[in-house]
Structure formats: C-alpha cells, structure tokens
Write a protein that binds this ligand. Structure first.
Ligand code: ADP
Length: 319
C-alpha cells in the first residue's frame, strides 16, 4: 500500500516538477509579469536548462526519500506484525505448555500407585504357593492402591474441568458458602474431635456458590488433615473497601517458609512423614482452590508458622 502510494506520488510529483512553465502562466500574475520583464525569462535558454537540471535533481531526491520512507515503513510494519503475532500466540502457547505439563505431571502421579500394584502382584505370582491369609493381604494391598488411583483420577478430572472458562458470578452471602463447606467437612472434623468455629457475618460477595464452597472445602479438609486431634479451626470475615476477606485459620502443623511459596503449585507436596492422614493427598487441592478463587475474580493468600498453624485468606469482590 505504502509502495503503491509512493509510486503514484513520485510519478505525479516528478511529472509536475519536470513540466515546462509556460510564459502565459507566469504573466498571468502581476508579480510574475514584472519579474519576467526584469529577467527576460522567456528568452533565456540557460535558465531553461537550469530548471530542467533542478527538476532532475528534485526528482532524484524525492525518489531517494520515498525509498527510505518505504524501507522504514516496511521495517516498522514487520516489527509490529511480529510483536502482534507474538502477543496473539502467547496465550495459545501458554495453554499448550500448561496442558503438556499437566499430562506429564498426571502421568507421573499415576505411575506411583500403578508401580506398587504391579510389584505386589509380581512378588505374589513368583511364590510357589500362598496361603489364603497371604492372598487376602495381597488383595487388601491391591484394593488400597486401586482406591488411591480412583481418588487421583477423580482429582485430575476436577482439575481438568476447572481448567477453562469463566464462571458467571452472582451476589451470594458469604455465610451460605461457608455453611455449605462446613456441612461437607463436619463429619471428618467430628471424627478427629476438631471444632470448626464459624464466625462469618452477613457479607454479600460476587461468587459462584458451588465452586467457591468447593475451594473452601479443600482448605477446611487440609486444616483438618494437618491439625492434631482436638484442635480448632476458625472461619472469620471482614470487609475492606470493595473486597471481603475470608480467613480460615487452623492451629495445625504449619508450613515452613521454604515450602510456603510453592503450596499453590500443582502436585506440590510438603513432606508429610509427621502426619499419617496427610498421606492421602496428591498436591492438587490447593492448586485447584487457587484456580477456583481466581475464576471467582478473587485471590488467595497463605500465612503460616511451623508448629503453630496456618491461615488462608480469600479476597473476594463485595456484591
Ligand atoms: P495435598 O493433597 O497434599 O494436601 P494440597 O495442594 O492441598 O495437597 O496442599 C499442598 C501441600 O501444602 C500439602 O502437601 C501440605 O504439606 C501443605 N498444606 C496445605 N494446607 C495445609 C495446612 N492447613 N497446614 C499445613 N500444611 C498444609
């Protein structure tokens, strides 16, 4: 486009510049006729040649300038298209990268129970004979691994489901979301004699109730898993400017500062040798909770002191 415009511009301009000026054109104006009389221009061939030469030089300069301008436009355009193409492709690239990361992480997680299952059965099959008690023990171990695999695939499915898409948000009472999650977790809490204190006032937030209570359930589940028996988990909320801050505080094992920045990463787990019940996890819960909170246009933070407990804060938009 720029080249064709330049071509037309150059052709018209050089044509106009090179065109001879007629005597009648100059005498048309009063000033022109005066000067002409002084210079006797119409009868001066040297002056005529000078004008031709000048027209040639002007045309060449014009051509050079147009070439430079076009080169700049070409270079700028190429650069701009490259940057725009990169910007457009970036989310697609990120999406593909996160998908392949997910597949490799998931396969890695699936391998552990599958290998255990394979080893148990291979060892059993090599024995010349097994008693019924031994067979029962092997079946028991197999079932344990199969249960683990089922839970893991359930978690992976949940993760995949929550991978894309925006959620429609509606004004929702925070206390309703909290009581949904507390009701889901009340039995595991009772089993461990853990008290859940719900002190959430009537604050309305923009939320998708089902998913947000699922995220809160995960935080409560962790609170129970990583606390010793007979402790307390408290849930409070305050409003701050345009946001509501929902805090879930436990008095459990806590998370050390070295692990704290990573707990929301997918498949990240802290060494759980101190807590047998925590062996149930796959390191998916918090990454899923974070995803859900961000789909609810919120943010989630954690603060923790090892040996004292952890505090998770969800920052949500007030309705
Ligand atoms: P998991 O299934 O292992 O619990 P999560 O993603 O829910 O996976 O949590 C990641 C890690 O963060 C856990 O392995 C655990 O070590 C740590 N964690 C999460 N919540 C708590 C908590 N309330 N108290 C102590 N540690 C926690």
């Amino acid at each position: 486009m720029s080249i064709s415009f330049s071509f037309v511009f150059y052709y018209t301009s050089s044509h106009e510049v090179g065109k001879p000026v007629h005597f009648s054109d100059l005498t048309a104006s009063h000033d022109g006729s005066d000067q002409l009389n002084r210079l006797r221009l119409d009868k001066n061939p040297a002056l005529d040649q000078y004008f031709k030469l000048r027209a040639d030089i002007v045309s060449r300069r014009l051509l050079l300038k147009l070439i430079i301008i076009n080169l700049i436009v070409l270079a700028g355009g190429t650069m701009l298209s490259y940057l725009l193409a990169r910007k457009t492709l970036q989310p697609i690239e990120e999406n593909m990268e996160s998908q392949s990361q997910f597949v490799s992480d998931a396969s890695h997680e699936l391998r552990t129970p599958l290998t255990a299952l394979q080893t148990t059965n291979e060892v059993a099959i090599r024995k010349p004979a097994i008693t019924s008690a031994e067979a029962k023990e092997i079946f028991h171990q197999n079932i344990e691994e199969v249960v683990k695999l089922r839970r893991l695939t359930d978690c992976l499915l949940k993760l995949a489901k929550n991978e894309h898409g925006e959620l429609p948000l509606y004004p929702t009472l925070l206390s309703d979301i909290v009581s949904d999650a507390v009701n889901t977790m009340i039995n595991p809490a009772i089993a461990k004699q853990i008290a859940i204190e719900d002190k959430v006032p009537n604050i309305s937030v923009m939320a998708d109730k089902t998913s947000l209570s699922q995220a809160l359930t995960t935080i409560l589940d962790n609170g129970i898993k990583y606390s010793s028996a007979k402790s307390t988990i408290s849930i409070t909320a305050t409003s701050q400017g345009k946001f509501a801050l929902l805090t879930i505080e436990d008095r459990g094992v806590g998370i050390s500062s070295e692990h704290l920045p990573h707990v929301f990463e997918r498949f990240y787990r802290v060494d759980t040798s101190r807590n047998k019940q925590a062996d149930d996890g796959f390191g998916i819960g918090l990454s899923l909770a974070k995803k859900i909170v961000s789909q609810n246009k919120g943010e989630i933070f954690v603060d923790s002191t090892p040996g004292k407990g952890s505090s998770f804060v969800m920052k949500l938009q007030l309705a």
